[in-house]
Design a protein around this ligand. Structure first.
Ligand code: GLN
Length: 289
């Protein structure tokens, strides 16, 4: 721990912002790398504390900030961690930084599985850092989860995230393409969730460089119209879901009616499009038959 005077710290923080970047990113850097969260900072301010404790020296923090300004590396990759819901997850450029809109998937699911005693088998297809799967496994200890990703590096990260955030064993991990590792679970899945790559090719090319230059292309790009992977997931879902099993998929801002049609074409019923906090039809949910 490094002790620094409050006065020096605030002066330093103002100086960093004059160099560029935005306050939110700087605060995240101070939190993730310096160990001083915004809430804690406000608390110290209210108590008129004269000194703050930091995990690393200001000079080191400044070096990270300069790299961020120079290269646009996302703060979460510089720190190797990201917040998502109440979790602190390890991330690297092998996994997408979990997005806040995806957090809603957990509420959508918990709203549909109200009976806490139900024992269900769920899968998270394309788990990345493991965010969705870990949150679901923690939501209900009776649930048995399977987290799948095509990238074995991602699975290693997801496994570590599970053991660092949970003290339970209701989540298994497999490397493979979408449903492929589930050959022994045919018609046994109660719930499948996925936040697959869904960005159309032309939009992908124009993504901001902090996304395009750093986040894994295979977690973002969904082919010409963005729907390549969603089509594959929906098409094969009937082989793995139980009758009345649920499928919930995140999609791009303008894809919901096409995804809704895909669900209908593959015999899904009770199909609904649900909005994210920005009012965008971001999630499609349905039941098999
Ligand atoms: N929501 C992410 C983004 O806009 C995309 C995630 C995805 O393709 N699944 O960067």
């Amino acid at each position: 721990m490094f002790i620094i005077s409050a006065e020096k710290f605030f002066f330093w923080r103002e100086k960093q912002l004059l160099k560029g970047g935005d306050k939110k990113s700087l605060n995240l850097l101070i939190d993730l790398l310096g160990g001083l969260s915004n809430n804690h900072l406000n608390f110290l301010k209210i108590r008129s504390e004269k000194n703050f404790k930091l995990k690393i020296k200001l000079e080191s923090l400044e070096k990270f900030w300069d790299i961020h300004l120079r290269t646009s590396t996302p703060i979460q990759y510089l720190a190797g961690v990201s917040y998502w819901r109440d979790l602190k997850l390890e991330v690297s450029n092998k996994v997408l930084i979990p997005r806040s809109e995806t957090e809603l998937m957990i509420e959508i699911i918990s709203g549909r599985f109200k009976n806490k005693d139900d024992q269900i088998t769920f899968v998270d297809l394309g788990t990345g850092s493991g965010a969705i799967a870990i949150a679901l496994a923690l939501h209900n200890q009776h649930w048995n989860g399977i987290a799948i990703d095509i990238d074995k590096n991602a699975i290693e990260i997801a496994k570590r995230n599970f053991s660092n955030n949970a003290n339970q064993s209701n989540l298994k991990f497999y490397v493979g393409n979408w449903w492929e590792p589930l050959q022994n679970f045919k018609r046994e899945i109660d719930l499948a969730v996925a936040n697959p790559p869904y960005i159309p090719k032309d939009i992908y090319k124009e993504l901001p460089k902090e996304v395009k230059n750093f986040e894994p292309q295979n977690a973002l790009l969904g082919g010409e119209d963005g729907l390549d992977h969603i089509r594959e997931i929906v098409q094969y879902a009937p082989s793995y879901l139980k009758d009345k099993g649920w499928l919930l998929i995140e999609n791009h801002f303008d894809q919901s009616s096409r995804v809704e049609n895909l669900f209908h074409e593959n015999k899904f019923t009770s199909v609904e499009v649900l909005k994210d906090f920005s009012g965008i039809g971001r999630f499609t949910i349905g039941r098999y038959k």
